[in-house]
Design a binder for this molecule. Structure first.
Ligand code: NAD
Length: 511
């Protein structure tokens, strides 16, 4: 074993054959914890243990599951400071932002526990003229074992918002967290084990790199929910295609914000700077490009530059954004800033000097070419590209031409809804930023390269259940299209009758 212990790197990304993950405390750079890496055997064992309890979990019914989800919620809240400290250490975000992840998770658990029965309850559906004396209904049944693969940027909230839906719908879950934040997932699972001691295997976590994620998929999942980069999303979708395993993909984004001529510029500037810089810009729904109508462009740029210049960066208690836990991400941020500057943009705040080794300070790039990397590819850093547009129509056209389609924001006093409705994206905040991610009743997901499927809301609960349709005979089949020995001419008569009814409905006459 010892000869295989990998060198500690700042991000812990040390290759697929490593047997151990070494995480670091992002504030100090010192070793934080070691976790054994799960291989194929562990993945198969976890999926098999999950399968062995999935029936008992489903048999509890919606109320029985809701009761246990609420017990889990109490455990999460009781150890919330411990969870927040783990997020702060492994991800590096300020402690208060880590607490927000815990708070958000509590909200998601409550929504799923309170709403699963209503959304997924058995539903009677009407009969049809060709199926007389038949009752019909639909039940929403769980897939069985759901694998959840998560990212590092919101190591608790992102996978939790997904797995609560899967659990409430009656599935057992195996979570494979990011290799950068394994402790957070272990803490969540420990809270489950305390809350539901009779069925601990309903929620498990497996630590590891990409190979562990692959092994989890190979172990025979009934559904996979993947959150991460577009490139990995394509790889896992291709792997799932081999076994026709259904997959939910929550991938990257390049979220645009439109600042219309009638926007409240003070409000817009405050929300846009927060939406772009919070969490060090490490958000799939971070605002990355601002399309600003020319009549308000200069004033808006002045306001956001002033605010962005005040954002406190570091790991001290008063820091508002923390370090970049992935050195490779720092290189991407630098490349995007450099490309924009070389193509004529200017930095009103930050610039290349803002990109240090571990910390990246806010950067506002103005006059960015619409096809620059900073305007088209996910930067995932505390940067905002500003593009001047003639009107909101031009801004809408820019956003809709992008390959992603996750979140967005629109600032306008009078036309916010009208502009927002024309955007081909999954979510839009009007006169605010990122708000849709904080309400568990709001479906969350994207289109295009941002993936497909939805977490949160009623759609999120349905995502983890499949419709099982039932029909039951309630009396003799007086007339039925689905039987042998139909009377001669009965179907011809039925077809002629159907035509007459349709023509009567539309007021036409038969020839
Ligand atoms: P990533 O794609 O590098 O890794 C995501 C997860 O996949 C990790 O757990 C990783 O170990 C695992 N993985 C890697 N290779 C794999 C493979 N071949 N098979 C199975 N699993 C594999 O992404 P990341 O850097 O951790 O996360 C950042 C990305 O996630 C950004 O693009 C961000 O936009 C996106 N994200 C999206 C959402 C959303 O809801 N749409 C939310 C948060 C983050």
């Amino acid at each position: 074993m010892t000869d295989k212990i990998p060198t500690i790197t700042r991000d812990g990304v040390i290759g697929y054959d490593a047997t151990e993950i070494v995480t670091i405390d992002q504030a100090t750079g010192a070793e934080f914890a070691r976790y054994p890496v799960a291989g194929k055997d562990e993945a198969f064992a976890a999926v098999s243990a999950a399968r062995s309890v999935s029936g008992a979990w489903w048999d509890l019914g919606f109320e029985g599951r809701a009761e246990r989800l609420r017990a889990w919620r109490r455990q999460i809240a009781a150890s919330g400071e411990e969870g927040a400290a783990l997020i702060h250490a492994e991800n590096g975000k300020p402690l208060d932002d880590a607490r927000v992840e815990v708070l958000g998770t509590l909200e998601h658990v409550q929504y799923a526990a309170d709403n699963a029965a209503r959304v997924l309850e058995r539903r009677e559906v009407p009969g049809s003229p060709t199926t007389p004396n038949q009752r019909a209904w639909v039940e929403y049944q769980p897939y069985g074992v759901v694998g959840v693969i998560g990212p590092w940027n919101f190591p608790l909230l992102t996978p939790a918002a997904i797995l609560v839906d899967a659990l409430a719908a009656g599935n057992a879950v195996v979570l494979k967290p990011s290799q950068i934040t394994p402790g957070v997932a272990e803490w969540l699972v420990r809270a489950w084990q305390r809350a539901v001691p009779e069925l601990p295997a309903v929620l498990q976590s497996l630590n590891g790199y990409g190979a562990t994620g692959q092994a989890l998929i190979e172990a025979g999942l009934d559904k996979l929910a993947f959150t991460g980069s577009v490139a990995t999303g394509k790889t896992v979708a291709a792997q799932c295609a081999q076994t026709l395993t259904p997959v939910l993909l929550e991938l990257g984004g390049k979220d645009g914000v439109i600042v219309a001529e009638d926007a409240d510029l003070d409000e817009a500037a405050a929300h846009v700077v927060w939406g772009a810089m919070q969490n060090t810009g490490h958000g799939c729904i971070s605002l990355e490009v601002a399309y600003v109508v020319e009549s308000v462009h200069d004033e808006f740029v002045r306001k956001i530059s002033e605010l962005a210049g005040q954002v406190r960066v570091g790991s001290d208690e008063d820091a508002e954004i923390g370090p970049v836990p992935l050195p490779s991400q720092t290189s991407i941020i630098r490349e995007h800033i450099q490309d924009a500057l070389e193509r004529g943009a200017t930095a009103t705040v930050g610039g290349l000097d803002a990109v240090g080794e571990r910390y990246v300070a806010p950067t506002i790039l103005v006059g960015v070419a619409p096809d620059a990397l900073a305007a088209t590819e996910e930067t995932f850093g505390p940067t905002l590209a500003v593009i001047k547009v003639a009107d909101a129509d031009e801004a809408v056209a820019h956003i809709n031409a992008g390959r992603y389609g996750l979140g967005s924001a629109v600032f306008s006093r009078d036309r916010g809804e009208a502009i927002a409705r024309r955007l081909r994206v999954g979510m839009t905040s009007i006169n605010d930023a990122l708000v849709f991610s904080m309400n568990p009743a709001v479906p969350f997901g994207g289109r295009g390269d941002s993936g497909y499927g939805r977490k949160q809301g009623e759609e999120g609960l349905r995502e983890f259940a499949y419709a099982h349709s039932f029909t039951a005979k309630t009396g003799p089949a007086r007339f039925s299209a689905s039987t042998f020995g139909r009377p001669q001419g009965a179907m011809a008569g039925a077809l002629a009758g159907a035509l007459n009814r349709i023509l009567a409905e539309s007021g036409e006459k038969s020839d």
